[in-house]
Design a protein around this ligand. Structure first.
Ligand code: SAM
Length: 240
């Protein structure tokens, strides 16, 4: 499989991704704001609105990292609902746990691999994975797991970088391959991780391919929104 600027075996990929997120964990929130000029907050709020989640619902945040979405969903479902934050990476989850505690959220944070979710079938009303799927070695397995834990009538949301509107591609390439690693070096003293980010975005399936992957994983009525000219896409599919 492809990782950053070189090809690695599938076994190696998970380890390398682990190193990247361990390395960026402490600066992760700052870098999100810097690199997206704060836009990631808008994309996340949009995803929560599109989810249609209501008071009392159960929501699973897969690859939730520092927990931005878990917090937004916790406000939506209220005390009668349930939100679970999960991530494979202990360092990212540690940052998430600290932030939850500091801000007074009682959200359980569980370390697990999206490819093997430790939840029963048909448990959640909504499952979301934001900027996480592209890091996973077996995306098909992860999508199938997310489908499995959804209730009938539940929905899966995938928020992820996608294929940008063609006329903007040269500008976007210059931004992600030149400016991103430079910002990574300046702000996080870590150019390598931000090179990985740029490359992993480029390798990720485009809008239509991801739509088909979700259908193959058993989701129905799959559709997507292009956000910020396709820099990001929000896919939504139902379990029926
Ligand atoms: N969802 C958060 C957000 O939107 O800010 C965090 C996104 S962060 C870019 C990607 C996360 O995916 C990292 O925290 C990483 O540890 C996690 N991740 C990568 N592979 C994973 C896997 N197989 N299972 C669960 N989480 C994974």
């Amino acid at each position: 499989t492809h990782f950053g600027f070189k090809s690695v075996s599938e076994n190696e990929k998970a380890g390398k991704v682990g190193e990247v997120f361990h390395s960026v964990a402490k600066k992760y929130d700052l870098m999100n704001d810097v690199m997206s000029a704060g836009l990631h907050r808008t994309w996340k709020r949009f995803a929560v609105e599109v989810s249609g989640v209501r008071k009392g619902d159960r929501v699973l945040d897969v690859a939730g990292g520092s927990g931005d979405l878990s917090k937004l969903f916790a406000k939506k479902v209220g005390p009668e609902g349930e939100v679970v934050l999960t991530d494979i990476n202990a360092s990212m989850l540690g940052v998430g746990r600290d932030r939850m505690a500091d801000e007074g959220f009682a959200i359980p944070a569980l370390q697990c691999d999206a490819e093997k979710l430790p939840f029963p079938d048909q448990y959640f009303d909504c499952v979301i994975v934001a900027f996480g799927l592209r890091n996973m070695t077996h995306k098909d397995k992860a999508l199938a797991e997310m489908q499995r834990v959804l209730k009938i009538g539940g929905r899966l949301l995938v928020l992820e970088f996608s294929q940008v509107w063609k006329p903007l591609a040269p500008l976007y390439d210059a931004y992600s391959f030149k400016l991103l690693p430079l910002m990574g070096k300046l702000f996080a003293k870590d150019a390598y991780s931000y090179q990985y980010l740029a490359e992993s975005i480029r390798m990720h399936p485009d809008q239509e391919t991801l739509r088909q992957m979700m259908i193959d994983a058993g989701l129905a009525k799959v559709d997507y929104y292009n956000l910020s000219a396709g820099v990001v896409a929000l896919h939504k599919g139902w379990k029926i």
